[in-house]
Design a protein around this ligand. Sequence first.
Ligand code: SF4
Length: 214
Amino acid sequence: MLRVTEIFRSIQGESTHAGRPCTFVRLTGCPMRCVWCDSEYTFTGGDHYSLEDIVARVHGFECRLVEITGGEPLAQRKAFDLIRQLCDEGFEVLVETGGYVSTADVDERAKVILDVKCPASGEEPRNHWPNLEHLRADKDEVKFVIADRGDWDYAQTVIQKYDLQTKAKAILISPAWEQIDLTTLADWVSASGLNVRLQLQLHKYIWGPDVRGV
Ligand code: SF4
């Protein structure tokens, strides 16, 4: 069984897949507590579903792209089985993870969107650095959520230190919601000359920051 907060179809809002129709399976629970977290409602509650129930519901949305998210989806061991089963059934599977749990056992057909937590999140010490060794350059993406200049400097250091420009399909630079001026961050990104991608959380601009299930 897996504990699930919600299953719904919407528009993928972040990553290079932004704008695509996507079914989301949002699993309950997260061992981290990022100060700017926008998914606190996933920390508790949820309903228990069997793997078969989840897969049946995903089929019901008739959408080839599926994202497993949370919370921290990989904190539940059964999530690895769910990812494998969805891949077996021909879905294109995205896994959005906060970077605390090892991604080593994620099915190789899935596409990982891996957070590297920056200092202002309060969770930087919990980054599981070996995850950066598991990146597949043709499909996996790394995301830095930036709240201030210290985060941006940190992100640049990590990008260079781990050679992420060659190890990841994309490096996503995402502003922490209402924490940082967008033009300032855009100026930093453009001045860096790095092969990174500034991204906004599309779904929040469409439906607002607090709407669930979209
Ligand atoms: S890892 Fe994600 S869900 Fe967990 S506290 Fe951080 S932002 Fe929230």
